[in-house]
Design a protein around this ligand. Sequence first.
Ligand code: HEC
Length: 247
Amino acid sequence: MGELGLNKIFGALLATALGLMALMQLPGLVFGGAGGGHGEAHGEEMTLSQTMCSQFHHCVDIAEAASAGAVAEAVFDLGAALASADTARGERIFAGQCSTCHTITPGGANGTGPNLNNIVMANKAHMEGFNYSGPMANAEGQWSYENLDAWLKSPAGYMKGTSMSFAGLKKDADRANVIAYLAANTVNAAPFPAPLAAAEAVEGETVPAEGEVVPAEGEAVPAEGEAAPAEGETAPAEAPAEEVVPT
Ligand code: HEC
């Protein structure tokens, strides 16, 4: 019987506990219904959908940017910069920032860095006998204008582990001027890349293709024509037009 008594007490405690829990939850439910907790839930839903929306818009923005010439705003137009580059300024920058490690004259000696004569479109690690870092020695490809630009903007960023301890030329114009100077010291340097405007013009040829897609929107326009059926009631002549839509 003593055990039963304990059970009763335990049961009573349990009931109390449950009751308390219910009481504690009730306000939440009540207030929730009144806008408190529930409102918060809504708030979360809002932010969630807003986030999704914003993300979606973001994606759309990116997609539009990718399809449109908007990329030009984000991407440095190396071609345009080189087209208007100042070789004399490039020479001065080279003298001030590169010549401590590099010579550029034909047959110039290697210093801390290799001689840079004929560097444009040369293979990476172009100087035989220079003690290049492992990453540079194993690097594939040539020093195209684009590669040089990326390299000079941030050597370590472009090539992890490079031994060229140079922070980089952060100013677009500085890099363009120096690269123009490198090109001036390269026999038969490759032509500069085309400015993006020209590249866009080429893309423009594909844009008409998008124009061809616009007719697809034209199909949507007849959908508006479907809204017109209201007018169609007065003007049955539009009904045939509707029938044309499916075809
Ligand atoms: C502190 C010395 C130092 C300075 C300053 C420096 N470089 Fe270098 N540069 C090097 C070294 C060292 C290498 C070889 C890097 C490697 O092996 O990873 C190199 C490599 C290069 C290469 C690749 C050469 C090849 O044969 O592939 C180019 C191009 C270059 N530097 C351009 C420049 C320009 C332009 C500047 C000035 C804006 C400059 N460097 C400033 C030390 C320097």
